[in-house]
Structure formats: C-alpha cells, structure tokens
Design a protein around this ligand. Sequence first.
Ligand SMILES: [Cu+2]
Length: 739
Amino acid sequence: MRSHLRFTKQVLCWSLLLLVTGRLPAQMMHNTVSSTQQIREPFVTHMPGKVIYHLYITDTTVNYTGKIRPAIAINGTIPAPQLDFTEGDSAVIYVHNLMHMETSIHWHGLIVPNDQDGVPYLTTAPIKGHTTHIFRFRLVQNGTYWYHSHTMLQEQSGMYGALIIHPVGGTKEKTETLLLSDWTDENPHQVERSLHFATDWYGIRKKATQDYTQAIREGKLGIKLKNEWKRMLAMDVSDVYYDKLLTNGHPVDSGHASKYQPGDTIRLRIINGSASTYFWIQFSGGKMMVVASDGKDVTPVVVDRFIVGVSETYDVKLVLPGHGRYELLATSEDRTNHTSFWLGKGPAYPATVPGRLKYFAGMKMMNDMTTGSGKMTDMGMNMSLQQMDMNTVMYPEIADSGQQITTLNYAMLSAPEKTTLPAGPVRELRFELTGNMSRYVWTMDNKTISESDKILIRRGENIRIILTNNSMMRHPMHLHGHFFRVLNGQGDYAPMKTVLDIMPMETDTLEFHASEKSGDWYFHCHILYHMMAGMGKIFSYENSEPNPQIPDPKKAIRRVYRDDRRFYFGADIGLESNSSDGEIRLANTRYLLQAEWRAGYTQERGYETEAHLGRFIGRQQFLMPYIGWDFRYRPGHGNEKNLFGQANTKDKRSALCLGVQYTLPMLLKADARIDTDGQVRLQIGREDIPVSSRLRLNFFWNTDKEYMTGLRYIATKYLSLSTHYDSDMGYGAGITITY
Ligand SMILES: [Cu+2]
C-alpha cells in the first residue's frame, strides 16, 4: 500500500510537470553511459494477481561516444526498464507517448490476444503523439522475453527493454539480465538510406572493404576477381557499422559483479535486443550451461560458446570458478566490436577477444557456393540448424589452430517435455528467403511484404513451414503470437522457439499450431533493416472477428505496406575544376528514377542531362529496362559521327529514349538505348571499383565516342576528393559529395 501511495504521488508530480513544461525532469533525461538511471520502482504497482506498469516514452539525448545524439527513452532510460511479472498475473501497461511522433510496443515472444500484440496498423492502434495506450493481457507463460517499438526504426534509437516472467513460487536462483544492443551515432534513417545505395562506408569503418590492394597484398587476387566475375559485392556478415555495443546500456557492465562469490551459480538471462547485430557469447570462467531459449526451457546442454541471433533470448547457467572477476564477453559476429558483463571480485580474468574475420576465405567460400546468376548452388549438401557454420572458414581461432570447442547449434536443443502438436490438419508451406545486397532488397519468394498476399490459416490447423535461405546473409525469422517447434531430429522433444536463425544455404522446418482465434500475425526477419525492406509474411486467421483497434482495416494495411514501398533519395555531386558531373536518384524496391548531368562552366563546353525511369527485373535485379529523356547543348560537335556512322546530335539534342541496363560479370554496367531521333548508343562502364580501402575508380565509354575515367578518394561518408578526365570536358579535379 505504501509503495502504491508513493507511486501515485510520483505520477501526479510528473503529470503536473509535464503539463507545465512538456518535459520530464532533467535527471530523467540523463542518459549518458555513465549515469543510466535506475528508476523502475515508481512506475510499478503490484496487486494480488495483477501488475500495473506506467511507461513514459520521451525523446532524449545520449552520449555514448563523446557526441550528443538524439535517442528515445522509456522512463528516462536506455534500455527501457525491465518489466517483471509472475506467470498467471494480469498485466496492465499504460504506455504514455510523450513524443510528437507516433509509436508502438510489441511484447516479443509473448502469447497475447491479437489486439494486444502491438504491431501498429496490423494488430493494434498506433500510439499517437501525446496520447496514452493501455495494454491488458494475462501472462500465460514464464521465461525471458523483451519488448520493443514496432514502429519504423525506433528500436534502433533505444526503445527496447527486458520482460521477465517468473514462474509461480519463484526460485532461489541468482539471476542477472543481460540485454545486448547496438548503438550507432548516425540517424537510423540515414543508415537505412545508405544501405539502399550500397554504401561501402560501413565496410571502410569495419576495415572490411576487401579491396584490390588488400587482395593483392594477401595473394587473393584470383578470389577477388572470381567474386566480381560472379557479380558480388564485398562479402560481410553484417551490414551496419556500430559505434558501440551495449550490455544493459553500457559498453562494459560490472554493476553487480562484486555481489558474487567463488562457486556461485548464476543464471544469466541473455536477450539480443539489437537492431542488426548477432553476438557470440563466451565466458572466461569456463563452460556455460544453456537452459532456455526464447523463454522456453531446454534440456541443459554445456557449451564453450554460442551465437545469439537478433531478437533471440538464451538463459545460461555458469559457475564462478574461483576468486576473481570473470568476463562474459559478447562479440559482434563481424568482430568489429564487443561488450561485456563482469561477475565476481578480485583480479580480472578477461575472455579472449576473437580475432578478425578472414574475409577472403569467406569470399572464396561464397564463390564456390554461388552460381553466376547469383543463386546458391546446393553443393549436394543438406545444411540446416546451424550445424555447419560456413563462416567457420573465417574464424582464425578455428581455421588456424584446429582447436576443439563446443559451439551450440539448434540440433543440440531439446525440450524437457514432449512438444508434439495437437492433432489437426497439416498445411505445409515452403518459403525461400531471397534478397540482394547491391540494392538492399530483402524478400521472401522474391516478394516484399506489400507485394505478398496474406497467408490464410484456420484455427486448429498445424502449419508446417519449410524455409530455405537462398540469400547470402543469415536471417532471424520471428513469428508473433505462437511458439513453433524446430524439427531438429529430437523427435517428440523438438525445442519450442519464436525466433529461428537461418544461415545462408540452410533449409529448416518448423511447425506451429494455429491456436489463436483471430487476426493477423507477423512472421518476419528481425534484422530491423531487413524487415523494413519487406522481408516477411502475414499469417491471417480465416473469418477473423473485427479488431476494434483497427476500425478501417483496408486503410490500415496500406500503412503497413507503406514501409517497404518507400523511395529513398541519393546523390553524387561532383564539383571539379572543369565541370560539374553528378547524379541524383530516387529508388525503391522495384523502381529507379535517375537524373545525370555533365555541365561545363563555359558556353563552349555546354551541358548535357539524361533522366531515366527504370524497373528492376529478376531476383538479383541485374536487368533494368527504362524510358529516358536526353537533353544536351554542346556547340561545335555537329559534324561528328558515332560508331555506327550516324550523324551526331551532340550539339543540340532533345529526345526521348528507350533503353535497357544490365549488370555484366565484373559488375560492369552495360547500357543500350535508342532515341526518338533514331540514334543508337551502347555504353559500358563501372563505378566504384575498390582500388584500395578508400580509393574508387570509375569509367565509362560509349559508341558516341565519349569516355570518362576518374578517381575518388573517400574522406568521409559524404565527402570525397575526386579527379576525372572526360572526352568532352577535359581534365578536372575537385570534390564529390555523396549522399
Ligand atoms: Cu534478414
């Protein structure tokens, strides 16, 4: 009762302050790494069988790197406060959105009624700015879960928190929650936009450009050439460069370390709440015993290390082996960074940080696995359940030392009790995970969410999904509102999960019982930028009851589909001594609107512009037919002829054209077109040949006898020093702005 009173007073005070100033108190906004506030208590009220939480969502600023950056906090903290419940409790959660923009909260891994699932416009009303939304559901399970925004990229900005449901009666175990996440100082929308234009800036930051200089130096030129012959960009296991990786909001969390004594057994609840980072987990004090995944108990299995896919959770038990501080190390799969959690007191025993990836070994493997049309060959192998990690060729600790270590994979997980599904008709579905890095298109069966039909299912059916990953990245596929069985050779004891990490080339089978009554349920890749690009499907119960939170479903679903239909703006603007060359583009999954110019600074040099509207065809999108418009004015070239003997219209041209672009081996771009003056032009060229880590070579040549070659030195993400020679404009040097 006392805590209830204190809570009421606190909320009243805050509400007043908010009314007057529109802001939370300063100490609540203090989100620097060093001073994440522990302010959980005032926001929770425990009553018999019922727990009430108040979550206040605010814009905030953080300082993880020495720079102040905007972020989103819940109750003043990043991560959001941990919500604790007991199985059987009724949860009442007030979400107060104090921001101008709308938001949402999804309860990841929880079995809740459809309208409480928290996907805006699909299951639950969006939480508009300056409104409060109340969630009510009963906790019908226990274990380690989490919650996060399902709106745009808000999760990357800090909207994630742990959600722990304790079993009835509780346990005497010592437990710690480790919520892992990734932080970028960049605006997540800029990250997303850059990915769609295949920026290699993140490769530069990660020292993973796999450029020609490096290939020659390491004696891997043949591998590099074969890779580009197969039309692949530099290979990597992750897309984004992160400034910090965090455990409970800190790069290094040793908050409770000294609480533990030698011999203590501690249960760690590890949650991967990152937007796109997979983590390798190691413990410097010895082996770890995996006891649960995605909230469900598994038969204990002892390992040296394991990977936690984006949005997965694992519970592990470990024993402090002796006097000293021991490190639980979480390293990003790309090994550019790590974060850690310390246990115990005394001298520090750090874990061994894994060495850099051997990228060319990975590239060679990709070459062997890929056909020239960008598809994966099956190599006659049956790969599944993380049992054969192809990336192992890139791990120096294994490739170089032949060390025997036990790494967890899905085949090792089994449920302690039978998980066979209730009897019912079986519906079998096959999905292929597809995508391409060069345009950052991520799809299932080569269709985005908005291009796919909903998959109708019926209550009582058993849905079996056979998933094949035919893309070159791993994908953590997450199903809302249902646990699925991973068919992993454990028979009746197949483990239950809500997230399945599927590696390139793998085929996995999972099945779930359609136990809900109603509504639409998301099944999507949990890499935030893949989901936003359209990698997912929607399961929809036949004859669903109307959802009061979605009063106009037709209008609402258009909002869901809008995410993967968006256009992104990009530009290269060269400002050099002889001329300005450049290109602006507006692109989405299928279309590209592109305008180029070359403009001399003198009348005599003239100018020319070309604009294209094209549509990408095929899964690798190597082909793009387009219509275009050409305009140029360049006096003094009237009597030239092109390679086909046609009189040139270079000095004055205003014509429509029809053309096609095609990506050839070595990533050469071929372009053939005919215009309304009957002029034919063939052109070949390539941009951004990675000569060295930061040096890029460009060139083109065409049948109008025009040619250009240039070099660009990438100084920052947006700025390069550039120089080029052009058959019309001559030699120039200056800068290029890349956006
Ligand atoms: Cu994905």
